[in-house]
Design a protein around this ligand. Structure first.
Ligand SMILES: Cc1cc2nc3c(=O)[nH]c(=O)nc-3n(C[C@H](O)[C@H](O)[C@H](O)COP(=O)(O)O)c2cc1C
Length: 189
């Protein structure tokens, strides 16, 4: 098996942010409590962050932000260098989930998911279209949406992927990320 190059630094968390208004601000709030990680921002997420008047500036100083500006998703090279122990994709749009399930990697978020899988780095994906009817926060207030059968089926398909854990609520995301970080600090637990 080919050996992965090492950066020489302790591996860190990678987080991919997509353009889902559903739980967008809650994810940013949770991220602001984490120490240091690398944030990969889809082009849609970079727009949505402004629509929700959210701030990426409130993230901790140790956060490096990579925007989706290259066709080759150039920052994914870091996944080959042992820089990351875990990838979180949260919140994940139905678009990103559909592409991940189809094995498509043509955006920064779908690329980091694909490369994490190819490098056997565990991913935690917070899929937002998880029920036939949802209340979600639009920029103008709460709205009711009805995810389609294809959206729900894609979430189910993603659950069968190697090295992938799908979570379906903010509470489950917090628990899963916190547990993962804790088990990396104390490997015996
Ligand atoms: C204000 C706003 C909120 C959105 N919220 C969602 C959402 O909750 N779920 C979703 O699947 N798409 C949502 N979208 C649509 C996505 O941003 C769009 O499908 C985009 O192409 C996704 O790109 P990405 O998956 O690369 O981030 C929203 C768009 C806007 C403008």
């Amino acid at each position: 098996m080919a050996k992965r190059r090492s950066s020489g630094l302790a591996p860190r968390l990678a987080w991919a942010l997509t353009g889902s208004g559903h739980f967008f601000t809650e994810c940013l709030e949770f991220m602001s409590k984490l120490e240091s990680f690398d944030l990969f921002v889809s082009r849609a997420a970079a727009e949505v962050v402004r629509m929700y008047k959210s701030e990426m500036k409130s993230l901790p100083d140790g956060v490096r932000i990579f925007k989706d500006t290259t066709a080759s998703a150039a920052p994914v090279g870091l996944f080959y260098e042992g820089v990351y122990h875990t990838l979180v994709v949260a919140p994940a749009t139905s678009n990103t989930v559909a592409k991940c399930v189809a094995g498509i990697s043509d955006t920064l978020a779908t690329n980091v998911f694909a490369q994490a899988g190819k490098c056997r780095i565990p991913s935690i994906v917070f899929a937002c279209d998880t029920a036939p009817e949802l209340e979600t926060m639009a920029p103008g207030g709460m709205v009711r949406v009805f995810p389609r059968r294809i959206d729900l089926e894609n979430v189910e398909r993603l659950k069968s992927f190697e090295y992938t854990q799908v979570v379906e609520s903010m509470a489950a995301l917090r628990t899963s990320v916190t547990r993962r970080l804790a088990c990396l600090v104390t490997p015996s637990s």
